[in-house]
Design a protein around this ligand. Structure first.
Ligand SMILES: NC(=O)C1=CN([C@@H]2O[C@H](COP(=O)(O)OP(=O)(O)OC[C@H]3O[C@@H](n4cnc5c(N)ncnc54)[C@H](OP(=O)(O)O)[C@@H]3O)[C@@H](O)[C@H]2O)[C@@H](O)CC1
Ligand SMILES: [K+]
Length: 474
C-alpha cells in the first residue's frame, strides 16, 4: 500500500525519531536519497550541471546537502539562494564541496543565468517543502522562468502545491520527478498536485507513522483483497451481479456495463432492462441470464428517462435483501440524500458538480475535498473519476487509483468500470474495497489493451482476466 500522511502526522513522527537520533541525521538520510535519485536520473555525475533553487527552510537544506554530495562526485553544482536566510549547515557543506553559490537578489550570468554559460541539465527544487504555503514568491517564479524547459526534480513536494489537499490553485513547480521522504503526502497521489509531482520516489527515513488518510493500492494489495473462488465454489457462492443499465435509446451503456460485470470476477451476471437491449446482451454475452436473485446491483448508465424508476426498483430490492448497489450516470441525478443501503456512487466531475450544486471546475480543482464531501453527504462510498480516480468513505478515508492510461478517456469506459465494481460487490467485497480494487483493475486492464495506443471501452472488461493472472501471489 502506498500511504500518504498529513504534514501534522509527518511532523509528529519526525520529532519522535529525531529525539533518538544525532542532530541532522534525518536531513542527511534525505539528502543521500535525493542525491542518489538525481545521479541515477542523470546516469552519471562527473561534469554534469546541477542547479539548486534554495528556499529558507529545511527543504532548501536538503537540496544544499544533496548538492554537496553530487559536487563531491564531480558534478558542477550551483545554488541560487532565494532568501537571505538559508540552511547554514547545507550552505557550508556545498561550499566545502566546491559548489558555487549565488546569493539572493544577485543578478547571475548572461545566458542561462549560470556561470557555466550553458543550460543546467537538472534543476533541484528546494524552494519550499512541507512547511510552505501554497504558491510561489516572485524570486522563485523569476528563477524558474530563467530555467524554463530544464527538467526539475522536486525535493519532497513540487513547491507551491498544497501538500495535504493536493490542490494547486496558484503558481507551482512542475517536476519531472519528486523525491519525497518518510512517507507520501496527499499531493503525490491526488490531482492536480500529483500531476505536478511527476514520478514519485520515496526515501525511507524509518518514521513510525499512524494510519494514513489517503492511500493507493499496489498490485500486491489488489492480489490480497481480490475474492478468489474456493475449491468447492459454484456460481451462486461466487456472487451474482445484476445490471440495470441501457435503454432503447442508449443500448450501448447496457452492453458495456454487462461487459464490465462479465469480467469473470462474479459467478453470474443478470441483465434486467429493455427487451431489445437484453437480446443484444445475450448475443454478445451468452452466459448472461435474466431477472432473479442477485448479490449486488449496478444501476443507472444509459437509463435515460427511466433512470428514476430503474433506481427505485434497484434500491427497493437492495433494501429488502440488504444488497449493495452501484449507482452511476443518469441515476445519480435522482439521489436526494443519504442512502440506506451499502452503496458506491461513481460520478465524473460534471456529475458530481450537479450532485453537489458546484461548478465542474471547482470539483476538478479540489477533487479530494469534494469526493469526501459527497461521501459524507450521501452516506456511502463515492468514486470520483479522473486521471487519478478517488474513492472516499463518509469518514474521509480515501484511495487514489494510479493505474490507467490517458487512452482510457473514451466513451463507455465508465460503464465498464461500474460493471467490474458491481462484480466485486457481488463477490463479497465491501464497497470501499470493491470500488478501489475495481478501479485499479480497470486502469491496469486499459493499460494492457492500450499497449501505448488507442483502445475502445469494450476491450477493457475482457482484459481484466489477464491483469488478474499477472498479479503477484496473494
Ligand atoms: N519531515 C521530515 O521528516 C523531514 C523533513 N525534511 C525536509 O524539511 C522540509 C520541511 O522543512 P521546514 O519545516 O523548514 O519547511 P520548508 O518547507 O523548507 O520551508 C518553510 C519556510 O519557507 C518559507 N515559505 C513558506 N511558504 C513559502 C512559499 N510559498 N514560497 C517560498 N517560501 C515559503 C517560510 O519562511 P519565511 O520565508 O516566511 O520566513 C517557511 O518557514 C521537508 O519538506 C523536507 O524537505 C528532511 O530534511 C528530513 C526529514
Ligand atoms: K520543493
Amino acid at each position: 500500500m502506498r500511504q500518504a500522511h498529513t504534514v501534522e502526522q509527518v511532523r509528529a513522527a519526525e520529532a519522535a525519531l529525531m529525539a533518538r537520533l544525532p542532530e541532522g541525521a534525518l536531513m542527511m538520510r534525505a539528502a543521500h536519497g535525493l542525491a542518489q535519485a538525481v545521479a541515477d536520473w542523470l546516469g552519471s555525475t562527473y561534469g554534469r550541471r546541477v542547479l539548486l533553487l534554495v528556499g529558507s527552510g529545511d527543504n532548501g537544506g536538503d537540496a544544499l546537502h544533496a548538492g554537496a554530495l553530487l559536487a563531491r562526485r564531480g558534478a558542477g553544482v550551483e545554488a541560487w539562494l532565494l532568501s537571505d536566510q538559508v540552511h547554514a549547515g547545507g550552505l557550508a557543506a556545498l561550499r566545502a564541496a566546491g559548489g558555487q553559490v549565488v546569493p539572493a537578489g544577485v543578478q547571475t550570468g548572461p545566458r542561462w543565468g549560470t556561470r557555466w554559460g550553458a543550460r543546467p541539465e537538472v534543476v533541484v527544487d528546494g524552494i519550499v517543502g512541507i512547511g510552505g504555503r501554497p504558491g510561489l514568491r516572485p524570486a522563485a517564479q523569476e528563477a524558474l522562468a530563467r530555467v524554463e524547459g530544464v527538467p526539475v526534480v522536486a525535493v519532497d513536494v513540487p513547491s507551491g502545491v498544497d501538500v495535504d489537499t493536493g490542490e494547486a490553485p496558484q503558481p507551482h513547480v512542475r517536476a519531472t520527478f519528486t523525491v519525497t521522504f518518510g512517507t507520501h503526502k496527499a499531493a503525490h497521489l491526488v490531482d492536480p498536485a500529483a500531476r505536478a509531482a511527476g514520478t514519485v520516489h520515496l526515501v525511507d527515513l524509518g518514521l513510525d507513522l499512524p494510519a494514513p488518510g489517503v492511500e493507493s493500492l499496489q498490485a500486491a494489495d489488489v492480489s490480497r483483497l481480490l475474492p478468489r473462488p474456493s475449491d468447492d465454489a459454484h456460481k451462486y457462492t461466487r456472487g451474482v451481479v445484476g445490471v440495470r443499465a441501457g435503454s432503447a435509446t442508449y443500448p450501448g451503456a447496457g452492453l458495456l456495463s454487462v461487459a464490465g460485470a462479465a469480467c469473470g470476477l462474479a459467478g453470474m451476471v443478470r441483465y434486467v432492462g429493455d427487451a431489445a437491449v437484453a437480446d443484444r446482451v445475450r448475443q454478445a454475452h451468452p452466459e448472461v441470464v435474466g431477472a432473479g436473485r442477485v448479490q449486488a446491483w449496478v444501476v443507472g448508465s444509459g437509463t435515460g428517462d427511466d433512470a428514476a424508476a430503474t433506481l427505485a426498483e434497484a434500491l427497493a430490492d437492495a433494501r429488502e435483501h440488504r444488497l449493495p448497489v452501484l449507482v452511476d450516470a443518469d441515476a445519480l441525478h435522482h439521489l436526494t440524500g443519504p442512502l440506506d443501503v451499502p452503496a458506491v456512487l461513481t460520478p465524473h466531475a460534471g456529475e458530481l458538480a450537479a450532485m453537489l450544486d458546484e461548478d465542474r471546475a471547482e470539483i476538478e480543482a479540489r477533487p479530494l475535498h469534494f469526493a469526501r464531501e459527497a461521501a459524507r453527504r450521501y452516506g456511502c462510498v463515492v468514486l470520483l473519476k479522473g486521471r487519478h480516480t478517488l474513492v472516499s468513505t463518509p469518514d474521509g478515508r480515501t484511495r487514489a487509483t494510479t493505474t490507467g492510461t490517458p487512452w482510457l478517456a473514451t466513451a463507455g469506459a465508465g460503464d465498464v468500470l461500474g460493471g467490474v465494481i458491481g462484480a466485486l460487490l457481488a463477490a463479497g467485497l465491501d464497497p470501499f474495497d470493491a470500488a478501489s480494487v475495481g478501479s485499479w483493475l480497470h486502469g491496469a486492464a486499459a493499460t494492457l489493451v492500450s499497449r501505448g495506443g488507442p483502445l475502445v471501452a469494450g476491450q477493457v472488461g475482457g482484459a481484466v482476466a489477464d491483469v488478474v493472472r499477472a498479479l503477484p501471489a496473494p
